[in-house]
Design a protein around this ligand. Structure first.
Ligand code: SF4
Length: 496
């Protein structure tokens, strides 16, 4: 699972302007809503609307879960607020993939506790909920470290959020719900799905059976679970009806997908992509994150055959050293990874490749890092994510000897990142002058600026009207940086 993801900002100060969040959701800006009645000059005061504040840490799967929780809360009469002081319910949807992320949760909880105390002094309750992988991994320890927490809820139980909050309120004690239950959450939460952005996430698989020695996912998300194909297709149809043109299928180990199909059959990820490609209006399909061991021939062939499947593949390798790969329990060699890349490129020569790298794994030598740099040179990545190894409690690697000093890790990371940045720059430079189909996802900071994605997942900025949001338009690339492109709309669209 990649750690690449979207974090959310800490809230703006009390003087929040406007009633809509950037996502278009209704925001609460006051305790009570005053509205005009049919009698001129008269107003009536409605009961205060309940409000929630939700902060998401970590990967896209957490973003997906957070969106589903928001929709479920909306259906229970809650409105989102970006102001912690106004929130009756605070949820931190946490990530345990890096040590710093978990510590950040505890530091946020301290600040939220202070707000809870201040609200209590004014007679207002606040329910503090910790969700996500830190909740799953640490359970009761969270309440021990921060007794103001009311509810600790693991990722398998989000569909029970309402019921558990009620219990926490009634029983006036912290509720810890971290059981790995039969996964009913998708069925329940997906029902509330009514809105979509042009590019949407859809979780199809959760959990992992690989047990890489550095990773907490098998412990926090449990065994691999794949949603039934029909359920995913139905959710994708809803998303397209609600305005999505692109869907990214998410899973901690997405290409291990093996969902139940019709009449007892099992459907692979390639089969799922083929089923989704039949949905009218679904122009683009992506998937992440994959494991090299699960990249089968059928999925590779799908990249050649299915036009909706975008030419982009995030395939983490973590290291170019067989010794490190074995210590990480990755179950493949560097040569096998390179051979796999050659097969993928034979099927789809223009595919943009991306990876994750861990630098400074216990026992890593100069020779190992040289082999990683060699693999990067031989592969050529369009973008990548690289991190210093940090021990996660409870994982086998955390107990290994030969931990690498931080200074050495920093220096090695700089070399790896330097090469990856050079490659990303080179990939973007190769786009200059090309005309590409760009999905316009949103309006940029300046209202005349639009932000979209190329088929290769490059971020691109163009000047144009907001009416193009949600459309796929031809754009000629006129400039590039390491992280983004700039382009011009094709003359037909610009003139329309
Ligand atoms: S494949 Fe390895 S890194 Fe990815 S989620 Fe599973 S255990 Fe973690």
């Amino acid at each position: 699972m990649t750690a690449a993801g979207r974090g959310m900002r800490w809230p703006r100060p009390l003087s929040l302007a406007g009633f809509k969040s950037s996502s278009g959701r209704t925001l609460v800006t006051n305790d009570a809503v005053k509205m005009h009645t049919e009698l001129p000059g008269a107003t009536r005061t409605l009961p205060p609307q309940k409000s929630f504040y939700l902060k998401t840490f970590g990967c896209q799967m957490n973003v997906y879960d957070s969106e589903r929780m928001m929709e479920a809360l909306a259906s229970q009469g809650y409105a989102e607020t970006e102001n912690l002081e106004l929130a009756d319910l605070v949820i931190l949807n946490t990530c345990h993939i890096r040590e710093k992320a978990a510590e950040k949760v505890y530091s946020d909880l301290g600040r939220i506790r202070d707000i809870k105390i201040a609200r209590q002094a004014n007679g207002r309750d606040t329910i503090i909920t910790v969700a996500g992988c830190v909740a799953q991994a640490e359970g009761a320890e969270i309440v021990r470290r921060q007794p103001a927490v009311d509810l600790v809820i693991g990722p398998q139980s989000y569909h029970r959020l309402g019921e558990l909050m009620t219990r926490a309120k009634q029983e006036r004690k912290a509720i810890i719900e971290t059981e790995f239950t039969e996964n009913a959450k998708f069925e329940v939460l997906a029902k509330a799905r009514k809105r979509s952005t042009p590019s949407a996430f859809l979780t199809v698989q959760e959990g992992c059976d690989k047990f890489c020695t550095f990773c907490v996912v098998p412990y926090t998300r449990g065994q691999e679970f794949s949603r039934p194909t029909a359920e995913i297709v139905a959710e994708a149809r809803k998303l397209v009806d609600a305005g999505a043109s692109e869907i990214t299928l998410l899973g901690q180990n997405v290409n291990a997908y093996h969902g139940a199909g019709d009449s007892g059959s099992t459907v692979s990820l390639a089969g799922l992509v083929r089923a989704l490609a039949k949905i009218d209006g679904l122009a683009r399909i992506r998937y992440m994150t994959s494991h090299p061991r699960d990249m089968d021939d059928d999925l590779i062939a799908a990249h050649a055959e299915i036009p909706q499947l975008m030419p982009y593949l995030h395939l983490p390798v973590q290291s170019g050293s067989d010794r490190m790969l074995e210590a990480m329990n990755r179950k493949h060699s560097a040569a096998e990874y390179l051979a796999l890349i050659a097969r993928v490129r034979a099927a789809r020569p223009d595919i943009a490749l991306s990876s994750d790298f861990i630098v400074g794994f216990p026992g890593e030598t100069e020779e190992d890092i040289a082999q990683t740099l060699d693999l990067i040179r031989k592969t050529g990545f369009a973008q990548s994510f690289s991190f210093k190894y940090s021990p996660r409690p409870g994982t086998p690697a955390a107990g290994l000897g030969q931990q690498i000093p931080d200074g050495v890790k920093n220096e090695r990371l700089q070399r790896v990142q330097g090469l990856l940045e050079e490659q990303q720059m080179g990939f973007n430079a190769g786009s200059l002058g090309q005309t590409m189909a760009v999905l316009i996802e949103r309006v940029g900071r300046d209202t005349t600026q639009l932000v979209g994605r190329t088929p290769y997942l490059q971020l691109i900025h163009v000047t144009g009207p907001a009416s193009l949001v949600g459309q796929i338009v031809d754009v000629t690339v006129t400039g590039f940086r390491q992280m983004s492109l700039t382009g011009q709309l094709s003359t037909d669209i610009a003139a329309a």
